[in-house]
Design a protein around this ligand. Sequence first.
Ligand SMILES: Nc1ncnc2c1ncn2[C@@H]1O[C@H](COP(=O)(O)OP(=O)(O)OP(=O)(O)O)[C@@H](O)[C@H]1O
Length: 566
Amino acid sequence: MDSFDIFKKLTKGVKFKRNSTNVRPNKRIIHNSTNETLSPLIKEEKIDLDSTSEEDETKHESDNKTTDENVESLTLLGNITSDKRRLKRKRPSKLSEAERSRTVHEQEVNRTRNQLRLNVTGKNVPEPIALFDQLSVNTDLIENLSRAGYDEPTTVQKQAITVMLEGRQLLACAPTGSGKTAAFLVPVIHHLKGPQRKGFRAVIVCPTRELAKQTQRECVRLSFGRGFRIHIIHKKALTQYAPNSSQKFDILVTTPNRLCYLLKQEPPVISLANVEWLIIDEADKLFETGLNSFREQLEEILQACSNKNRKIGMFSATLTPSVGEWCKENMRDFIQIIVGQKNSATDLVDQQLLFVGNEAGKLLAFREIVRNGIQPPVLIFVQSKDRAQQLFSELIFDGINVDAIHSDRTQTQRDNTVRCFREGKIWVLICTELMARGIDFKGVNLVVNYDFPTSAISYIHRVGRAGRAGRSGKAITFFTLEDTVNLRTIAHVIRQSGCEVPEYMLTIKRRSKRKLKKLKSRAPRRDLINTTPAYQLEKISNKGRYVKLPKEKGKKKNVVINKNSE
Ligand SMILES: Nc1ncnc2c1ncn2[C@@H]1O[C@H](COP(=O)(O)OP(=O)(O)OP(=O)(O)O)[C@@H](O)[C@H]1O
């Protein structure tokens, strides 16, 4: 007779009240006291706790009957113990062979998703692919991908393409530079098949014109041979639009403002009635506070896309709750994909925070970086167009091949600057937040946050201009005492992406939400970027903009002025 049998005899006829609430408090105490000799009842509770999480407690209580058969070791009558393992009686499986192999397959798919750090939510999510060849699309599309140098799909492409190919609506969040553009273009091109002269059948909305142009280029490249007419609304053409203008086009890539301008005309001069796919790129940017009107614009665009089979795809490297809420309200049965950790910076960029003391320290620090040698192309982010202009005036006198891009420059100037930077004619490009989102400059080696970003989201996108398509890069972020409000948050983002930050930064007192919100909407006031002595400056506006007085003849420095961009 073993201890279990003794236990059974001793407790014959006794009923244990498992649902009794006065047993519960014991659980926590017992969980921590491993070496105590406990009564069978209490010990049983201990084992139960070890094998479950708190969430499972309800389920667990109903399962108690089977668990007491699993008791591994019982302490009875002092030291009499039994270590006999009583095996759980197996119930004959009711699963059919087909069901069993389906379950095994589902487990394998889940394992693959875990390995890819792919988190999906939604009903009946299609499987991710491993190779482009596995896609059920025409071979010309695969050839175009291969011609673009895309040998293997990136993680977001592996899952998002299959989801959209099945006609499912999608909200996708994947790191900067991870190929989200092709992830939505491939299924859109597949669904549209070829030109039909039915007017726009796909609309892609981007926050800036630069990004819209880049997306249009990628669309042309990936749809090569299909003969699609891919359109961007040009400023000049805004006045020339007529209701039939858009009939000959298939795909529209646009900013929300221009599209809504045309939709608002009486009667509307653009028709979106045949749109099958509406893609919102950099979705959270368009939902940012301050750009509230985009919600209204989106309503307008949605109403204009009156085709009842219209599908929506939302993409970004960062997501805010408002985007998720909007999707729940407006996208029936959508699937959500998150690659890696939500709202994190790319781990391909080596990130560093540099204390520079004050404004003057920033210029010194940047000059030091240049003295130590930089590998172009380099992007420098400042917080305003005025500061972009001020920094440009300083660096141009250092003989650096530099240019600046911001919203005060004409569209032609902006286009030329981007082209010259892409072609390597400009080495250092000073920019504002305008260029932080989506812009894909090949091989940016260094991003300098000259002015501290006003939010973690802004930081993630700025830094993400380097380290794209699997390449590595570097980011240096200057900070002064004025920037400590946001320092802790950004230090955490840097640490999360695997880079080192001093311990004290992670423990700086958390700032109030109100302060962080205020900072997000308005960057701090900063001293002018200027090393020219005051006597050489003449104030020209009450906005704090200055011009340099002409230098005396013969004293001019040897300067490389970039004429390409003009
Ligand atoms: N499968 C692939 N293989 C190799 N390169 C790729 C692949 N897919 C995309 N790329 C390249 O990766 C770069 C980044 O792609 P893309 O601009 O689409 O990134 P993104 O995820 O949209 O970034 P962001 O969040 O900054 O907008 C581009 O240069 C693109 O050509």
